[in-house]
Design a protein around this ligand. Sequence first.
Ligand code: G1P
Length: 303
Amino acid sequence: MPEKNTKIRKALLPAAGLGTRFLPATKASPKEMLPIVDKPLIEYAVEEAEACGIEEFVIITGKNKRAIEDHFDIAYKLENTLRDKGQVELLEAINRHRNSDFAYIRQGEPLGLGHAISCARPFVKDEPVAILLSDDIIPPGESLLKDMIGLYEETGGPVIALMRVPPEELHRYGVIKGTELREGVYEITDLVEKPAPEDAPSDLAIIGRYILTPDIFEMLDGLSPGSGGEIQLTDALMALAGRRKVYGLIFGGTRYDAGDKLGFLKATVDFALANGALAEGFKKYLFSTVEALNSQRGAKVDK
Ligand code: G1P
């Protein structure tokens, strides 16, 4: 059974990373503010959590991240202008998160995901929290976070989202080993951050969604740097799994790694195709592009 203070009311959104995979775009602007169609990456994560009833957000930021705070703040001048012009839909679009509270903590140095999470300790105290990494985009129709909260409510233990990934991609993730308790639900027995191909304990990779209990902070306390010289959340979870049951939930739906250029482009294409105002024009463009690509391919084969 869950412990006291069981309801998941808060989400932590780590956003202090340097965004090196997107340089030069992220030299002066936060990676989390890169847009998929018309919304920044981090707003998709906020909406995903809001859909699960979460209304308190703690965003862990760093240098060059002020735009995130401005994005979730009230913009009086802009609002007045839109109101005067009768642009009601846009007004609504910039006001979507009025019912949520946002707090910001700065991580002075980018010392890793585990360190970023430990910076939020004073805000979290003794509550369980959801953690969402905004690089990982989960489309609105998916129920991953709801299902994770459901598993947490059933077991009272931490829950990590997992996906099966091809062997050549495992080195980009935290990878787990576990015992299957029922279809799609694992008890985790081992975790390795960014393993070399021969060290990966399975093909089950951690994706950026976690429900964590407050005892994770004790595990993070005094943890030595791990993979890449950073304080790794994966290592703290390994220590936690030595003390209590930690669960993994396999996600079989769609997820985009928008922190990667190719994943970002795939998300952009799919979200544009699902956008009522854009879909038709964009489809036309895609068809003509695909036709041109096919005829290029045909020309090559003919040679
Ligand atoms: C982080 C975690 C890793 C996890 C990944 C999911 O890595 O450390 O365990 O698999 O997120 O996106 P990062 O991508 O920040 O290097």
